[in-house]
Design a protein around this ligand. Structure first.
Ligand SMILES: O=C(O)CCC(=O)C(=O)O
Ligand SMILES: [Fe+2]
Length: 361
């Protein structure tokens, strides 16, 4: 059997003789004579087909400080806004969240330094095994292996146990602090979401066993692409967990789908981009939809994004909250499944949510 490293890291396309035989998108872009993208990175559908910007600032913004200010009126108003954002968009920008700008910048810089490590030091973590707590990879999507996507990534399991590469120096400490702070913000948002669903604030924490909730830290590197209209950073997908907090280095590239149209997200400075995941859709019995999103690339600058998805504990069996199910008017729309088994479903290729959605009778 081939070693995991050999399996994951793609073979450089023959049209680029200067590219080493095993490569990343970063190495490809930095190779001598590189001008056009190899055909196996070329995406069939034009990624910007139905591109739309956000001219009227319609993407919702939530002020986190009003949730925690101690004023019950402000809190209930923000909870209503979160409810509306989760129902209508599955997405909002979170401002005044209290995580220092310096930490957000430091973690983005740390990721940049990680991606700048020599190839061998990154390849040490290259594996196709999604259960390895530290995983480096390039843009091979396990679902559609015939295409390559225009990104390199590092994913670590951050909670309940924290894992991280020890290089570059200081990286692990910064990532750990960032994960802790972003998790605290997520826990606070999930209290508000418990209330917006009509429960007491600790409902989701208890039902999803969040004390040992599964948190990932996923950093994506999208090098400049000479033909951005032909390539795709991450194809349209939904996230598995409950909520994902995303930050980026102010380049732009995230697009979200709203009522069938793609919206380009122009992040407010220092905001968290918050999106709902499959397990919030399942738990809320479809009240909140897991938002479809993707990352497009550009030909000017390297973009780095960091997604911190938080989900239930891996052994929690998740089903729609019984209080939100009524066999007459609102039957359960999803079947119960252990979170770990749900994550394994991605290996089978179809969108996982489709696998647990129950037919409407
Ligand atoms: O880079 C982005 O904006 C999106 C990243 C993302 O969706 C993911 O890592 O799941
Ligand atoms: Fe995502």
């Amino acid at each position: 059997m081939a070693s995991p490293t050999q399996v994951l890291v793609q073979t450089a396309p023959k049209t680029h003789p200067h590219v080493p035989s095993r490569t990343t998108v970063k190495a490809l872009v930095e190779s001598d004579g590189f001008k056009s993208i190899p055909s196996n990175y070329s995406y069939t559908a034009h990624p910007n087909d139905s591109d739309a910007s956000d001219p009227n600032n319609t993407i919702p913004t939530i002020d986190f400080s009003l949730l925690t200010s101690g004023d019950p009126h402000q809190r209930s108003k923000v909870i209503q806004d979160i409810d509306k954002s989760c129902q209508e968009w599955g997405f909002f920008m979170l401002v005044n969240h209290g995580v220092p700008e310096s930490l957000m910048k430091a973690v983005l810089n740390g990721c940049n330094e990680f991606f700048n490590l020599p190839m061998e030091e990154k390849l040490e973590f290259a594996t196709k095994d999604i259960w390895k707590p530290i995983r480096f990879g390039t843009g091979v999507d396990i679902k559609v292996e015939k295409f390559f996507f225009w990104r390199d990534f590092i994913k670590v399991f951050a909670h309940p146990e924290f894992n991280c590469p020890s290089k570059p120096q200081g990286f692990s400490e910064i990532v750990q602090e960032y994960c802790k702070r972003s998790r605290e913000v997520t826990m606070e948002l999930l209290k508000a979401i418990s209330e917006s669903l009509g429960f007491e604030e600790s409902y989701i924490e208890k039902a999803m066993n969040l004390k040992s909730g599964f948190q990932l830290f996923a950093a994506n590197l999208y090098p400049p692409c000479p033909q951005p209209e032909l390539a795709m950073g991450i194809p349209a997908h939904t996230d598995h967990g409950l909520l994902t907090l995303l930050i980026e280095n102010e380049i732009g590239g995230l697009q979200i789908q709203h009522n069938g149209t793609w919206f380009h997200v122009n992040p407010l400075p220092n905001s968290f981009l918050v999106n709902t995941g499959d397990h919030l859709e399942i738990l809320s019995n479809g009240r909140y939809k897991s938002i479809m999103h993707r990352a497009v690339v550009n030909n000017k600058s390297t973009r780095i994004s960091i997604a911190a998805p938080n989900g239930p504990s891996l052994d929690t069996v998740v089903s729609p909250a019984p209080e939100l199910v009524d066999n007459e008017s609102r039957p359960a729309a999803y079947m119960p499944m252990k979170y770990k088994d749900y994550i394994d479903l991605q290996l089978e290729g179809k969108p996982c949510l489709e696998r647990v959605r129950l037919p409407v009778s």
